[in-house]
Design a protein around this ligand. Structure first.
Ligand SMILES: NC(=O)c1ccc[n+]([C@@H]2O[C@H](COP(=O)([O-])OP(=O)(O)OC[C@H]3O[C@@H](n4cnc5c(N)ncnc54)[C@H](OP(=O)(O)O)[C@@H]3O)[C@@H](O)[C@H]2O)c1
Length: 306
């Protein structure tokens, strides 16, 4: 069982954690800052980001090493602006933890793109694409952590990604279908990126994906449609009190972000499950043709922002 204390002193490591105003992102940022890393969190709302920053600084041994940038993954232009800011403010990044994400509840098309696909997959895909030249050029060992989910197991047939990207699907499992597709996209992108880097001979960037655990108690709960009426709200609160909290739930992504193990054992393109254990993606997740289709589509959809 991995514990944060095993990380040792992370002074000199700059770690970006997207979506760290609450839940797993906040808990991961606090754990990493607690180990003396320089941590850059992101928030889509500057005031909310500032509040999270104050809470983090109150916990961190070196408060001046915790920073915040604005990133709204509903907008690819916001991703581009954030990448520009980050490369100027923090030219050497040692880890990019792609944690920000939504879990329903609504069906929404944003500029013609389905919201889970855009926020949970396409925005991090673009962020990686924009930051990769700097990560490749830097001699520093670096890591990319895709926060995926075992919800990708809900996807029972190989998707046509060109349809998933634009479809409002009101099928039997509702928004969970879109969430599952987006987390499948995270897992597939992680594998594909690791393979692409290996084929280019890039050996100092470690790319992996993580399932943090099932139903960890975070802000995401409050968005479940079931929890919206008073009875659902009470039941959700009771269930929540029985579930692991974010400080525990973030351990596997923290491990991938900073443990020496990852480099020493040469983990690349792997899928980790709690706590810090090697797991496996589904057959669909590992499907090369599906990964290739997703990659080509994603390249096409972000091309105007590169
Ligand atoms: N909790 C679980 O059981 C579980 C299980 C498997 C995987 N995950 C994954 O873990 C990650 C974190 O989720 P969580 O459970 O910690 O949920 P959470 O508490 O709701 O945190 C989500 C974070 O993402 C941010 N975010 C939402 N929409 C965004 C946008 N458009 N642009 C930028 N940031 C945005 C949120 O910011 P705001 O404060 O502005 O909303 C928040 O900081 C997600 O990728 C989720 O899929 C969670």
């Amino acid at each position: 069982m991995f514990a944060v204390a095993e990380l040792g002193d992370l002074r000199g490591q700059t770690i970006v954690v997207t979506g760290a105003t609450s839940g797993l992102g906040f808990a991961a940022a606090a754990a990493l800052a607690g180990a003396h890393a320089t941590v850059v969190i992101t928030a889509r709302d500057a005031a909310k980001g500032d509040a999270a920053l104050q809470r983090l600084r109150a916990k961190a041994p070196s408060p001046s090493d915790v920073h915040c940038g604005v990133l709204d993954q509903r907008s690819l232009e916001s991703v581009r602006q954030f990448a520009l800011w980050l490369t100027a403010a923090h030219p050497t990044v040692h880890c990019l933890m792609l944690n920000a994400g939504v879990f329903g509840p609504d069906f929404e098309l944003i500029g013609g793109c389905e919201s889970h696909f855009l926020i949970n997959h396409l925005a991090p895909f673009l962020l990686v694409k924009l930051l990769l030249p700097a990560l490749k050029a830097s001699p520093a060992v670096s890591r990319i952590v895709f926060v995926s989910s075992d919800s990708h197991r809900d996807i029972k047939s190989t998707p046509d990604w060109t349809l998933v990207a634009v479809k409002e699907y009101h099928g039997p499992i509702g928004f969970l279908q879109h969430y599952g597709w987006s987390k499948l996209a995270n897992a597939q992108t992680s594998i594909m990126l690791a393979e692409k880097l290996a084929s280019e001979g890039v050996t100092h960037i470690y790319v992996n994906a993580v399932h943090p655990g099932a139903l960890i108690s975070t802000n995401a709960d409050s968005k479940i449609p079931f929890a919206q009426n008073w009875l659902g709200h009470i039941i959700a609160r009771i269930v929540k009190s029985t579930r692991p909290d974010a400080d525990f739930g973030c351990l596997t992504q923290v491990y991938l972000a900073a443990s020496k193990d990852v480099v020493e054992k040469g983990y690349r393109g792997q899928y980790f499950v709690p706590t810090a254990q090697l797991g496996q993606v589904t057959e669909i997740g590992a499907d090369k043709e599906s990964q290739q289709q997703l990659w080509e589509l994603s390249e096409k959809l972000v091309k105007d922002f590169v």
